[in-house]
Every structure is written in structure tokens, then in C-alpha cells.
Design a protein around this ligand. Structure first.
Ligand code: CU
Length: 465
């Protein structure tokens, strides 16, 4: 099977194992072939020809890097390089990543495997790779200056260690970290147990993704690497909703989701419709006796969480970061609050001067979802995504858990929107309503005008009276 076959057949919805025979025999003496991915789609699960005792992971909008076996060692080739990532249709960002994409490919091995990773540096500056959470010899830990010389421009370094501990890990540079991680350099690593255990049982679906934050000025194409807190693009695996793939499950499936956070803030990840348990962290499995049910788990900076649940409720269940600004797009983070302000007549007058002028949110921001505001080139709307009943009003760190009856085990295709069974959906009341007094904001002919941000005004309360 050649590389093109791998990439075509590896796409979502295609069942069956991928071959590792991607490398000709003569190449075995040299460095493994570089396999890269041309787009931001979700590849189907990848498994080698050999017998495996695990369910391969599916990386949202990503893929698993094939390896070659060389004398019993699993060999991989990562290439650190500038890439262009399509975060949403019409919105591409200049990033740094690995093997054609950011994030890099997922590395997926089995507990006890000997692993050799060739890392070639095609960046304009030195880099290194740190294998977050792994037990390994100190000299393989990847902190440039501390454990090794940095990998110079154009150089290739080799990392070699045994994947001693089963679990959920990630990799990222430890050289000019601020720049290289802000530019998107990160990847996932999964080490499966040799056999399922009580703490790490077999699952029917296993998903993974990294959280990310970028600061990309609307109309520009390259992240601002100096931003410390005020990011405007929030995503899963360098993709924003609705471009993020759904998590698909067949009714009754045991589902594992692994999430890692390499951003500058924490993300409470929330799933509707089911309860889950945190079954592991990057430090290892949580003993079953120490687990408790949750519907939201906070994933702090530099942490990973592995959650599991039974997908026993059919439907389209929202799954998102619970920080509401993290489910929005590039626009709207730094806009004055206009709720309650009366703009009547003002818009027309301003439009004489600025033809595209629109009022942002005098009745809340819901209208923003529907309006076709002219956007600067290369950005995406503040709220994006349309469902069967209109705009969903969320973008960024948002996707949908789609639970359906009788899906084939290897079917990861988007099943479309859930059809609500009769009499199971919220409906409009059209009968009589009781008369009730309406709440009146205190002393308020124009209550919201006091909350309009005044240029130069400090934080805290503005005088209302
Ligand atoms: Cu968040």
C-alpha cells in the first residue's frame, strides 16, 4: 500500500486495518519515510497488520502516525515544520506543526513497546520534543539545554525509550516554548495496556484531542505569539466548530475520551445527556474506587483527563468548554455591552457615513448568529454552526456527541441530525398565560447605558446614580 492509498483509505468511515508496509525494504536501513497529512479531516482508526488487543483511537480532525517495525522497535518520523491549517472553511492559519498539520499526528503504541522517534527540524529555529508524562531515561526527556542540545535547523535527532506505562500523554517542544506552542506545536500520545485491565477496560470507541487557543487578528493569518491571556480563537485540535468532527457512538457503547490542555487557561469540558467518570489522567489510571460521576471536568493547564461513559441515550448531545467565551469565534470578545440601549434611528444615520455599520447586540447577541455581517478576509463568524432548528450560536470549543442505534463498530461517519421521536421535544405554548407583574429594573429609564464601557474608565462599578 503506498502513501496515497494510506491517506485515502485512512479517511473517516472506512473500516479495516491500515498496512504498515508503507516503506520499501531498502529504506529500512535509513530513516523512516516521512508520512504527512494534506488536510484537517478526521482519519479513521489506524491499526497495524499484527494482532492487537486494543481499540485504536480516533483523533478528532487528526490521525495516527503509522510506524514501521525495525528489529522489534517501532520507528516513527516526526517532522517539525511550518504548516497552513484550515481551522474552518475559508479560515486558514499559518502555524508550526508536525508532518503537514497542527496538531501533529497521534502516536499510538502498546505498553512495553520499544519506540524510536526520528525528529527532523524544518523550522527556522531550533526545537526539541518533550514526551509529557512518560517514564523514560532523563536524556530522552527533551528539555533543550537541560537534557540535550536543541535540534538545530535542518538537523534530525533520535529519541528512543520504552513506553513503560499505559496511558494518555502528549508531546510538545521544550525550546522557545512560548513561540512554538503558540504556533500550534503539539501532539497526542496514547499507550494502550497489553491487555484490558480493571482500571483500563476495553472500550467500544476511543477519542482524543488537544485543546488550543490562538490569537489571530481578524483579517490576518499568523497567530500573535506574544499574547498571554487575550486569545480569540478557541478550538479542539486546531479546528473550530462546526468544522470539528462529531463524536459518534452506537447506543450502549462504552466511550473513552482523552483530552489534553496546552493552552494558557483551564477549560471545563462539559457533556450533555450522560454522566461520565474521570478514569485517568496523564499520571495514570484513577483507581475505580476513587472515581465519581461528573458532567463537567475542568482540565487545567498542562493537564490531561481521560473520561469514560456509556452512551445509553440516543440523540445529539452538545459537548463543549463551559467558559462561554470559548464557544465563540474571533469577533465579539472586546465589544461594549449594548443590552437595553435604544438605537432607534441611530443606525440609519451612521450608515450614511459607514454603509456596513450594524448594531452589536442591543437585544442580546442572538441576532449575531443570523446576520450576514461582512467579515474581514480570513476569519470566521463570532457564532457559527447551524442545526436542524436554526443557528446553534456556538463555535470554537464545541462539538456534538451523536448517539445512534445499531451503528457498525467501525462506522465513524457523521450520521446527520437526530430525529426527535414524537412528543419528546420542547414545544411552544399557545394557550392562555396567567397575568403576572413584570420585573422592573430599579430606577431604570435606560439601565444598560450605565454599563457601556467608557474608554479609559477603570474596572469595577461605575456610578449608576
Ligand atoms: Cu475553554
Amino acid at each position: 500500500m503506498n502513501r496515497r492509498d494510506f491517506l485515502n483509505k485512512g479517511m473517516i468511515g472506512v473500516a479495516g486495518a491500515m498496512s504498515v508496509a508503507t516503506v520499501s525494504r531498502s529504506a529500512f536501513a535509513a530513516v523512516p519515510e516521512v508520512i504527512s497529512k494534506p488536510d484537517a479531516s478526521t482519519a479513521g482508526p489506524w491499526s497495524p497488520d499484527q494482532e492487537i488487543a486494543y481499540r485504536p483511537v480516533v483523533t478528532l480532525n487528526g490521525w495516527t502516525l503509522p510506524y514501521r517495525l525495525n528489529g522489534g522497535v517501532k520507528e516513527f518520523h516526526l517532522v517539525a515544520e511550518p504548516v497552513v491549517r484550515e481551522m474552518a472553511p475559508g479560515f486558514s492559519v499559518n502555524m508550526w506543526g508536525y508532518n503537514g498539520q497542527s496538531p501533529g499526528p497521534t502516536i499510538e503504541v502498546v505498553e512495553g513497546d520499544r519506540v524510536r522517534i526520528f525528529v527532523t527540524n524544518r523550522l527556522p529555529e531550533p526545537t526539541s520534543v518533550h514526551w509529557h508524562g512518560q517514564r523514560l531515561p532523563n536524556g530522552m526527556d527533551g528539555v533543550s539545554g537541560l537534557n540535550q542540545k536543541p535540534i538545530g535547523v535542518g538537523k534530525t535527532f533520535v529519541y528512543e525509550f520504552q513506553a513503560k506505562r499505559a496511558g494518555t500523554f502528549m508531546y510538545h517542544p521544550h525550546a522557545d516554548e512560548m513561540t512554538q506552542m503558540a504556533m500550534g506545536m503539539m501532539g497526542f500520545w496514547v499507550t494502550h495496556p497489553k491487555m484490558p485491565t480493571e482500571a483500563i477496560p476495553a472500550v467500544d470507541r476511543d477519542y482524543c484531542f488537544l485543546l488550543n487557543a490562538f490569537d489571530v487578528e481578524p483579517g490576518s493569518k499568523t497567530p500573535n505569539i506574544n499574547t498571554m491571556l487575550d486569545f480569540n480563537i478557541w478550538g479542539f485540535n486546531s479546528t473550530v466548530y462546526p468544522s470539528i468532527s462529531p463524536l459518534v457512538a452506537s447506543l450502549g457503547d462504552r466511550v473513552r475520551v482523552r483530552v489534553g490542555n496546552l493552552t494558557m487557561t483551564n477549560h471545563p469540558i462539559h457533556i450533555h445527556g450522560i454522566e461520565f467518570e474521570v478514569t485517568g489522567t496523564d499520571g495514570g489510571p484513577v483507581p475505580p474506587s476513587a472515581r465519581w460521576p461528573e458532567v463537567t471536568t475542568d482540565i487545567a493547564v498542562g493537564q490531561m483527563r481521560q473520561i469514560e461513559f456509556i452512551a445509553d441515550e440516543p440523540g445529539d448531545w452538545a459537548m463543549h468548554c463551559h467558559k462561554s467565551h470559548h464557544t465563540m469565534g474571533a469577533m465579539g470578545h472586546d465589544v461594549s455591552t449594548l443590552i437595553g440601549l435604544n438605537h432607534q434611528g441611530l443606525v440609519g444615520r451612521i450608515q450614511n457615513l459607514v454603509p456596513d455599520y450594524m448594531v452589536m447586540g442591543e437585544r442580546g447577541m442572538y441576532d449575531m448568529k443570523q446576520m450576514e455581517m461582512p467579515l474581514p478576509l480570513n476569519t470566521y463568524p463570532m457564532m457559527a454552526g447551524t442545526g436542524p432548528y436554526g443557528p446553534i450560536g456556538m463555535g470554537g470549543m464545541f462539538t456534538v456527541l451523536k448517539v445512534r442505534e445499531d451503528l457498525a463498530p467501525d462506522d465513524y461517519r457523521d450520521p446527520g441530525w437526530y430525529e426527535q421521536p414524537p412528543n419528546t421535544q420542547a414545544y411552544e405554548w399557545t394557550g392562555e398565560l396567567p397575568t403576572a407583574p413584570e420585573a422592573q429594573p430599579k430606577g431604570s429609564s435606560a439601565p444598560a447605558s450605565a454599563s457601556v464601557k467608557k474608554p479609559g474608565a477603570g474596572g469595577g462599578h461605575q456610578g449608576h446614580h
